[in-house]
Design a protein around this ligand. Structure first.
Ligand code: FAD
Length: 488
């Protein structure tokens, strides 16, 4: 080192912020530098949307519950933190998923990948779709690829390729689980670029997705880096819930001397005049809501876009951030005695198309999907409420919400038993909706920020992927970006 300490302020203590801090410290170590990282969050609890609750032997996730196994950044981090042996996969006996259609649960035809059929025989047989709908989907094989190069909505794209019926009855309820969004408004390029690539490369979405599947099956690259016990699961979490990762990150960051400023937010930041830069004047100052001022050589902003907009607005145009709307959702977790239900949960749950008119948008059979989550004589269900265009439901009273959910699980699964307990979690403005053109607009914003304020980075779920692995990857990229602009 050169004896000088690099000071970094990470705004936001969610998974993006914690990963940024982790990788800033790793970068510092690799570069032989001394770094002080300070993490600011208005909450007293770290983790942002990640929130695991332990109750009566159950492990309950109030926010995210798992992640895609094939996305390496989170696996790498698990190894870095030494918690890879705590990874668990889904119950292999609960692979089936159902879709509600005219009030009844229909098994999802095998071979659907993100709502796109990749196996024709089961698709042709499914009771979910009309013959007209199936034939329309097969038009994908002969419809030429679009020559447009710009972004479009996923809704427009899917309607164009496989028709409105597949899009409304199958694709939307499945994909909406990830964004709680309206597919007609979500950017294709920043949510499912693989769809567009499939069309371009293969002239057909179905052919392209089939080719991707064959390729994935023949590339064991990821699998080699996973503990044997979880190699066959598409989704993973940790035995003690996602909180395991938070605790491990917290411990590692503590050991590296990270400074926590919890229970207050970053209210503003300013850039010091270049002329003032003496030995002791920091390039940036971050003002906290309690009046404390933190000096910084680098800043990583990971707050949701609307909070980040408040911080950046005094310095530049933030239309790109205001364009990212956030949908509010809630979930209702109910525990039951297995004996009172008499149901064989032979799958991971079901999703609900908008047209069904229920309050719940999906229901995960958590105790069947994740064996570690519940005592063996109990059942845990997690019902999702609220999506783009139907958000008022999130503000129903606890009683009203419980009543609506119980009515839905009675009508769909015949459950009338009294739950042992109910846990309601409301997540206001929690699901970012990437608008059409998102990639270009956010790239412009970042280019401007880099030029105007080197060392200030903006990242997190609002930008390049909402999944936990994507957030971790973005935290890592931020750490490298900040160090690069600091010392090259
Ligand atoms: P956040 O977790 O939102 O963290 C941002 C932090 O910034 C917050 O703690 C906030 O308090 C703080 N902040 C705000 N303003 C300021 C300020 N001025 N100063 C300082 N701090 C500030 N992903 C998956 O991979 N798998 C799933 O199963 C999954 N399920 C989900 C279910 C739900 C209900 C939701 C809402 C999301 C789900 N996701 C899932 C997505 C994933 O959980 C999120 O995208 C991810 O956790 C976001 O992390 P983040 O750090 O970017 O943002």
């Amino acid at each position: 080192g050169n004896g000088k300490r690099d000071r970094f302020v990470v705004i936001g203590g969610g998974i993006s912020g914690l990963s940024s801090a982790f990788y800033l410290l790793k970068q510092a170590k690799q570069r032989g530098r001394d770094a002080l990282v300070t993490i600011v969050d208005p909450s007293e609890r770290i983790g942002g949307k990640i929130n695991t609750l332990k109750r009566d032997g159950f492990t309950i996730e109030r926010g995210p519950d798992s992640f895609l196994a094939r996305k390496t950044p989170i696996i790498d981090l698990a190894y870095d933190l030494g918690i890879e042996n705590q990874l668990v996969g889904t119950n292999p006996k609960a692979k089936k998923t159902y879709i509600l259609h005219h009030g009844k649960l229909h098994p999802m035809p095998p071979g659907l990948v993100l709502g796109v059929p990749t196996e024709i025989a089961p698709f042709a047989k499914t009771s979910l779709l009309s013959w007209g709908g199936k034939l329309r989907a097969m038009m994908d094989f002969v419809t030429p690829a679009s020559k447009e190069t710009g972004d479009e909505s996923i809704g427009d794209f899917l309607t164009r390729r496989v028709g409105a019926e597949v899009m409304e009855r199958v694709a939307e309820p499945l994909l909406a689980g990830i964004y709680a969004g309206e597919l007609d408004k979500l950017s294709l390029a920043s949510t499912f670029p693989q769809f567009r690539d499939a069309e371009r490369k293969h002239g057909s979405l179905i052919r392209g997705m089939r080719a991707n599947k064959r390729l994935a099956a023949s590339t064991p690259a990821v699998a080699t880096r996973l503990p044997d016990a979880v190699k066959n699961s598409m989704f993973l979490t940790f035995r003690g819930g996602l909180n395991t990762m938070l605790e491990a990150l917290h411990e590692s960051l503590e050991r590296s001397g990270v400074e926590w400023k919890l229970g207050r937010k970053a209210a503003a930041f300013r850039q010091n005049d270049a002329d003032e830069h003496g030995e002791d004047v920091a390039p940036y100052e971050v003002l906290l809501s309690d009046g404390e001022i933190l000096e910084a050589d680098g800043i990583v902003i990971t707050a949701p876009a609307f909070d980040a907009a408040d911080l950046l607005e005094p310095h530049m145009n933030v239309d790109a951030l205001h364009a990212i709307r956030y949908v509010s959702v809630a979930n209702v977790v109910m525990a039951f005695d297995k004996a009172t239900l008499g149901i064989d949960f032979d799958g991971s749950g079901f999703v609900v198309p908008r047209s069904e008119g229920t309050t719940i948008t999906a229901c995960t059979w958590t105790s069947a999907k994740w064996l570690h989550s519940s005592p063996s004589d109990k059942v845990l269900l997690r019902c999702y409420v609220g999506r783009s265009g139907d958000e008022a439901v999130v503000d129903l009273s606890d009683n009203q919400m419980t009543e609506a959910v119980r009515r839905d699980i009675r009508n769909t699964m015949g459950i009338t038993a009294e739950p042992l307990f109910t846990e309601i979690t409301r997540l206001h403005h929690s699901m970012p909706q990437y608008p059409v053109g998102h990639l270009q607009e956010t790239a412009k914003l970042r280019t401007k920020l880099r030029a105007q304020m080197p060392g200030v980075w903006i990242t997190g779920a609002a930008f390049d992927g909402v999944g936990l692995p994507d957030c971790i990857r973005q935290g890592k990229e931020a750490a490298m970006g900040v160090y690069k602009s600091l010392i090259g």
